[in-house]
Design a protein around this ligand. Structure first.
Ligand code: HEC
Length: 252
């Protein structure tokens, strides 16, 4: 349902629109689920977000960080990565972190930079691997211009991840395992590339109420309760932690 995925873009923030559009492209051919977010009264504005950005060739040169604000976590054991992208930079682009002990930055490329509409994503992508809880400020500089991006890193108790992994892979109270729908691009990607702009509470709400991070009820065929799943509080917190620790997909 690539088209319903694109409709959804009209209602999300600029930063998440960029990442959602990226993922819509990455998974355009592999989505086989018949579920979708119903949002037919939304005006269709494919690739909202991209179109408001001057392209690298535009000469307007507004150096931009995407997302400008994201969320991650740290538990001392697992790897938590946030993908970010810089637009309208030149070859002299430099991306730094305010506290080098807080994160590591590595340049990445999209596996498939061509979007569903045929245009190319010119963003320069980076993986930020967080190293401790707190606030990370990234700064991009190019041709005398600066842009910043902030990552809020939660301090996760070590036990959370395992509780999340267990619930992700096992059903509960008649609910199917999350993996039934959310693995290997069978349904929407929700690794950090898609979820990093949502805070922990917003992600928990997706699981416990079925309301998407953009505020719409997720409808699922043959699932009367929609995307509202049976979880204990510990499983809910664990799932948020676990999802944030997934390896971002679609990069090389
Ligand atoms: C029956 C299939 C199914 C199962 C099982 C399922 N999901 Fe989902 N999930 C979906 C669909 C469909 C969407 C929305 C995709 C879209 O954007 O069109 C979704 C979206 C999400 C999102 C992203 C929402 C957003 O706003 O970006 C998260 C997070 C999520 N699911 C977590 C979970 C977790 C955790 C579990 C297990 C407790 C789970 N899901 C089980 C089908 C499922």
């Amino acid at each position: 349902m690539a088209s319903s995925g694109r409709k959804r873009l009209s209602s999300v923030g600029l930063a998440s629109a960029v990442f959602a559009a990226t993922w819509a492209g990455v998974f355009a051919c592999s989505t086989t689920e018949t579920s979708y977010i119903e949002e037919d009264d939304e005006p269709e504005t494919p690739d909202a977000g991209f179109d408001t950005q001057p392209s690298a060739e535009s000469g307007l040169g507004v150096l931009t960080f995407m997302p400008e604000r994201s969320y991650s976590g740290y538990d001392g054991t697992h790897r938590f990565i946030v993908p970010v992208a810089v637009y309208d930079s030149a070859d002299d682009l430099d991306v730094t972190v305010d506290d080098p002990a807080a994160a590591e930055i590595a340049a990445k490329k999209l596996t498939n930079p061509v979007r569903t509409d045929g245009t190319t994503d010119n963003g320069k992508y980076f993986f930020v691997t967080v190293k401790k809880p707190g606030t990370i400020t990234l700064t991009a500089t190019s041709q005398g211009k600066r842009a910043t991006s902030t990552i809020t890193v939660a301090d996760y108790a070590p036990a959370r991840w395992a509780a999340g992994e267990a619930r992700y892979e096992n059903g509960s109270g008649g609910d199917p395992p999350c993996t039934d729908c959310h693995v290997n691009g069978k349904a929407i990607d929700h690794s950090p590339a898609a979820l990093a702009t949502a805070d922990d509470e917003k992600i928990a709400v997706v699981i416990t109420t079925g309301i998407s991070t953009s505020g719409f009820p997720i409808k699922i065929d043959n699932q009367a309760g929609g995307h509202q799943w049976t979880v204990t509080d510990a499983e809910r917190d664990g799932l948020v932690t676990y999802l944030r620790s997934l390896e971002p997909k679609g990069f090389k």
